[in-house]
Design a protein around this ligand. Structure first.
Ligand SMILES: Cc1ncc(COP(=O)(O)O)c(C=O)c1O
Length: 393
């Protein structure tokens, strides 16, 4: 089997990836390219990061056998409980790793973008812990729909700056963050929140999130006597929780990968964020990947009920899996995600993030065998989405 795990030396996964950045940013990106592996693979970094993941974040997160959900869908369903991490989602794995890396590179100012606010909260948390200045860019629409997370970021000492262009969502926040980085390149590290952006970010973020599948392996071995499930499943915005969930299985032929994208009102509705269904080859935010764009290359404004999936691109790691049919992609509409969120709450007493509910909704679309072992990444908890849920109850 091909190596799907890591990019080549130029940051390419097949034909996707690379580093397309303005000249002003090049020294920063090159500094990262030249140093990231040496730093994060060093014994000192691994010890410090490992200690924080265990004692601060609360890892390992449980791999929970969801008995009621399994009965309903007549298969064996395990939930990887990233919702139980400190700050409530998988985002903290990457934010802490990158904040530590920034310190090693001598940067004291941190910028980040956020959609659902989970990455913003995780970054603000890491900065509070490590004594770093923190500025978070967030679309105006997302500031309104994820208000609890905005309050948390502010209490943690971050400055939250609204992005007011375009659809005023995640894409626009990334644009603003990149603009800031260009203007402050020597003092600042940009903690990108997903497996997007110029090389080495997709690989860097995937490595920090790979702890998810590393744990699934030994946890499954303990529970069912084998390391590999039949399926792993996750939602995909930019793709970081999915990359972490797939990472240690992606080169193992007997494990099938399933990704859930946000269909919004439906892929043909003109209000969608299902990039693999609607996207074509293009460059967005520093890397070549699938992008929702018009024939003349203008980005099409995406839509999803979930702020974390409301993005018109997808990381190059996933674009490559899609092109090679190594992963199967499903498009999940807003109403289907809402229904699955209600179902998990009722059957298992777990309120999922709206993003994670997209992964759960695949259970309605694909028939599994009774003895299949299906691991679903529950990327985050639903506290931030209570207002949306209450509106639709
Ligand atoms: C809980 C949760 N899950 C998933 C995502 C989507 O991001 P990614 O595709 O990088 O995992 C987000 C983004 O904010 C999120 O908050």
């Amino acid at each position: 089997m091909k190596n799907y795990k890591n990019p080549d030396e130029n940051g390419y996964y097949g034909e996707f990836g690379g580093a397309f950045v303005p000249e002003m940013l090049f020294p920063n990106v090159e500094e990262l390219q030249n140093n990231y592996l040496n730093i994060i693979e060093s014994a000192e970094f691994k010890e410090e990061f490992g200690d924080l993941l265990k004692n601060y974040v609360g890892r390992a997160t449980p791999l929970y056998f969801a008995k009621n959900l399994s009965e309903k869908y007549q298969t064996q369903i395990f939930l990887k409980r990233e919702d139980l991490n400190h700050t409530g989602a998988h985002k903290i794995n990457n934010a802490l790793g990158q904040a530590l890396l920034a310190k090693k590179l001598g940067k004291h100012r941190i910028i980040a973008e956020t959609g659902a606010g989970q990455h913003g909260v995780a970054t603000a948390t890491a900065c509070a812990l490590l004594g770093l200045e923190c500025i978070v860019y967030m679309g105006e629409v997302d500031i309104a729909r994820q208000a609890p997370n905005v309050a948390r970021m502010k209490m943690l000492g971050a400055t939250v700056i609204p992005a007011t262009s375009g659809s005023k969502t995640l894409k626009d926040a990334v644009n603003e963050a990149l603009r800031d980085w260009i203007n402050n390149s020597t003092t600042t590290h940009y903690i990108i929140g997903s497996v997007v952006g110029p090389h080495p970010f997709p690989d860097l973020v995937a490595r920090f999130q790979s702890v998810i599948s590393e744990e699934i392996k030994w946890q499954l071995k303990e529970k069912i006597g084998r390391e590999n499930p039949d399926y792993v499943m996750a939602c995909v915005g930019g793709g970081s929780n999915a990359a972490g969930t797939f990472y240690h299985f992606v080169n193992e032929e007997n494990v099938k990968l399933i990704a859930a994208e946000a269909g919004g009102f439906g892929v043909d509705s003109g209000k969608s964020a299902a990039t693999t269904f609607l996207g074509t080859l293009g460059v967005l935010h520093g890397s070549k990947s699938l992008v929702m764009q018009t024939d003349d290359g203008q980005v099409i404004e995406p839509h999803s009920i979930s702020a974390g999936l409301d993005y018109p691109g997808i990381g190059p790691f996933h674009a490559n899996l899609f092109k090679d049919k190594r992963a199967e992609f499903f498009s999940i509409n807003d109403d289907e995600a809402l229904k699955s969120a209600m179902e998990l709450t009722k059957l298992e007493g777990i309120i999922p993030a709206l993003e994670s509910a997209h992964a759960l909704a695949v259970l309605e679309k694909k028939k599994f065998r009774e003895d299949d072992v299906v691991v679903i990444c529950l990327s985050g908890r639903g506290d931030k989405d209570m207002e949306t849920y209450l509106k639709h109850l």
